[in-house]
Write a protein that binds this ligand. Structure first.
Ligand code: PEP
Ligand code: MN
Length: 264
């Protein structure tokens, strides 16, 4: 796969004068929860409202998402707030349903990017869509596996592409939930300068206190945007409670971040 300018058309078309912001809860829990968060994010810098409806949990027995029902809630978000909507897809059936319900952007999670078979299945289901597709890094720090996944999606005719850096699993005790390994993201940027690179400080940190600092590092490295999990009652969220921020904290974070502008 070669670097191609067209890969960033979807982002350039938004004409933003600030980094792209994708925000919303880790998981869609109830219709009320989704709509309340969406209304609180409505008049902010958020371009895409996120909510996971199929949740890939590491261990069984945890909340695995509301499923296709959540697509109707996301459609309501779009109708009531005008925000674009996005969700994670992890197999061909998810892709079909998301496209049928006019989801504006789809992302592929870290536990899917590790599997070439599932990436090929998703790529085949996405064939030729003009919706942007963002590919998270795999859970392990393997740049080739990440690029291979992106390549499969691109080869199936998806031209609007992006990548999400969400950090990497480690057995070591660190302050991060998933260590950032920034050098890997920098190598990604060097090889594919036109693939928009979005940082996900929520899954890197696992801790809302560190979201600002990781976001600032990403912007200092010229990342194109941020995906930040946002919930009106983070402590009682059904998944990833420790890392979500409230909509007003998100606005504060965005206000305080120093945005580095491209000079070329
Ligand atoms: C998510 O974005 O909610 C998610 C499950 O993330 P990841 O695939 O990065 O673990
Ligand atoms: Mn999450």
């Amino acid at each position: 796969m070669e670097n191609k300018k067209e890969m960033r058309n979807w982002l350039d078309a938004l004409n933003l004068d600030h980094p792209l912001v994708i925000a919303g809860p880790c998981s869609a829990e109830t219709e009320e929860q989704v709509l309340k968060i969406a209304h609180e994010l409505k008049d902010t810098d958020v371009s895409y409202f996120r909510a996971g409806i199929w949740k890939p949990r590491t261990r069984p027995g945890m909340f695995e998402g509301v499923g296709a029902l959540g697509l109707k809630w996301l459609q309501k978000v779009k109708a009531e707030t005008g925000m674009k909507i996005c969700t994670e897809v992890a197999n061909a059936a998810h892709v079909k349903l998301a496209l049928e319900h006019d989801v504006d952007l789809l992302w592929i999670g870290a536990r899917s990017t590790v599997s070439p078979f599932i990436m090929q299945e998703i790529a085949d289901a996405l064939e030729g869509t003009d919706k942007p597709v963002l590919i998270k890094n795999p859970v392990n720090p393997d740049l080739s596996l990440w690029l291979g996944g992106i390549e499969r999606i691109y080869k199936s005719g998806v031209k609007n592409i992006g990548a999400i850096h969400r950090g990497f699993s480690t057995y070591q005790k660190t302050k991060y939930r998933n260590i950032p390994e920034w050098q890997l993201a920098i190598e990604f940027q060097n090889r594919f300068p036109d693939i928009p690179l979005i940082n996900d400080p929520s899954h890197i940190t696992g801790n809302r206190e560190m979201i600002f600092d990781v976001s600032q590092t990403a912007l200092d490295l010229n990342f194109d945007g941020l995906m930040i999990e946002t919930h009106y009652d983070p402590e009682n969220a059904w998944s990833d409670a420790a890392q979500q921020v409230t909509p007003s904290t998100l606005v504060q974070i965005m206000k305080n971040l120093k945005i580095r502008k491209e000079t070329n």
